[in-house]
Design a protein around this ligand. Structure first.
Ligand SMILES: NC(=O)c1ccc[n+]([C@@H]2O[C@H](COP(=O)([O-])OP(=O)(O)OC[C@H]3O[C@@H](n4cnc5c(N)ncnc54)[C@H](OP(=O)(O)O)[C@@H]3O)[C@@H](O)[C@H]2O)c1
Length: 270
C-alpha cells in the first residue's frame, strides 16, 4: 500500500472520500475539493495530505484517481479532468454511473467501480468491487488494498452486482436505522420509556444480537431466532405480526426498489 511511486487522487473530498483517505497509511495522497470552507477544514485535520481546488497536473499510469462526487456532478467533473487522467486507473465510488458511461466521458481504459457503505468511516464498511477488463492485475491488488483499509471487500465479475451490493450493503445501514427508529418510537410513544433509555436499549439489543450471530457461528440466524421464540410465547406473538404483515415481502420489495433506482440513475447518466 505504501508504494510512494503510486499517487492516489480523490476528486471530491466529501463524506465517503474522507472515510477512505482518513484510513489510508499511504503517503502520496491528493484531494481535490472545490468547496473552500470544507477544504480548509480538511487541510487542518490531515496535514500529510495535499489539498487543492482543482486538478492541475496530468496523472500517469502509476496513479489512481478516485471519483467521489455526487452522481449529478459527475459529468461536469469528468469534463474538467478528462485530459489530465487518461493514462490513470480510474476508480469510481459513485452510484449509478457505469464503467461504460465513464469510458465515454473520460476516454480512459482502466476503470473500477467500488461501492462502499458509510460504516467505512469506522473501518467497518462493506465494499463491492468490479474491475473492467482493462485493469491490470497488479492494479487490482492495489485497489483492493485501498478498500480493505475501510472494511471487508467483495469482488464481482459482473457489473450488475454493483447495483445489487448497493441494495444489499450500500443503502442497508439506513434500513437498520429505520428499524431502530420504529422500535425506539414504539418504546417511547406506546410504552412510555424516556427517549434516552429507549435509544440505548435498542442500541444494546442490536449490538447483542449481532454478537450472538458472530459468536455462535454453528447456528444459522433462523436457528438463533427459533431458540428465543417459544411456541405461543411472547416473542412468537411479535413474529406472528411480522409474518401476517408480510415483513419478508416488505424487505424484498425495498431492496429491489433500491436496485431498480440504481439502474434508473445509471440510465439517466448514460
Ligand atoms: N456517503 C456514502 O455512504 C456513500 C457510499 C457509497 C457511495 N457513495 C457515493 O460517493 C459519492 C460522494 O458521496 P458523499 O456522500 O461523499 O458526497 P459529498 O459529501 O457531497 O461529497 C462530494 C464532495 O465533492 C465535492 N465536489 C463536487 N464536484 C467537485 C469537483 N468537480 N471538484 C472537486 N470537488 C467537487 C463537493 O463539493 P460541494 O460541497 O461544493 O458540492 C462535495 O464536497 C456519491 O456519488 C455517492 O453515490 C457515497
Amino acid at each position: 500500500m505504501s508504494d510512494i511511486s503510486k499517487r492516489i487522487f480523490f476528486i471530491g473530498g466529501g463524506n465517503i472520500a474522507e472515510a477512505i483517505f482518513s484510513g489510508l497509511d499511504h503517503t502520496n495522497i491528493y484531494v481535490i475539493q472545490r468547496n473552500e470552507q470544507k477544504r480548509k477544514l480538511l487541510e487542518n485535520k490531515y496535514p500529510h495530505i495535499t489539498f487543492s481546488a482543482k486538478l492541475n497536473i496530468t496523472t500517469t499510469h502509476n496513479d489512481y484517481v478516485i471519483l467521489a462526487v455526487k452522481p449529478q456532478d459527475a459529468k461536469e467533473t469528468c469534463k474538467t479532468i478528462k485530459y489530465l487522467v487518461q493514462q490513470s486507473n480510474i476508480i469510481t465510488v459513485m452510484s449509478g454511473v457505469t464503467t461504460e458511461t465513464l469510458t465515454n466521458w473520460l476516454e480512459v481504459k482502466s476503470i473500477t467501480r467500488a461501492m462502499p457503505n458509510s460504516p467505512a468511516m469506522l473501518k467497518k464498511g462493506v465494499t463491492g468491487l468490479y474491475f473492467n477488463n482493462q485493469v491490470p492485475k497488479t492494479c487490482q491488488e492495489f485497489i483492493k488494498n485501498i478498500f480493505s483499509t475501510i472494511g471487508s471487500t467483495y469482488i464481482f465479475n459482473d457489473e450488475d452486482f454493483i447495483d445489487k451490493i448497493t441494495a444489499t450493503a450500500g443503502s442497508a445501514p439506513a434500513y437498520v436505522y429505520y428499524l431502530m427508529e420504529q422500535m425506539i418510537t414504539t418504546a417511547v410513544e406506546i410504552f412510555n420509556f424516556d427517549p434516552i433509555s429507549a435509544k440505548q436499549i435498542t442500541l444494546d439489543v442490536f449490538k447483542g444480537a449481532v454478537e450472538m450471530v458472530e459468536n455462535q457461528k454453528d447456528l444459522t440466524i433462523n436457528e438463533l431466532r427459533h431458540n428465543v421464540t417459544s411456541k405461543k410465547g411472547t416473542t412468537a406473538a411479535a413474529i406472528k405480526v411480522f409474518e401476517a404483515k408480510n415483513f419478508k415481502e416488505i424487505v424484498a420489495n425495498a431492496m429491489v426498489a433500491c436496485y431498480n433506482r440504481a439502474k434508473e440513475i445509471s440510465f439517466q447518466n448514460s
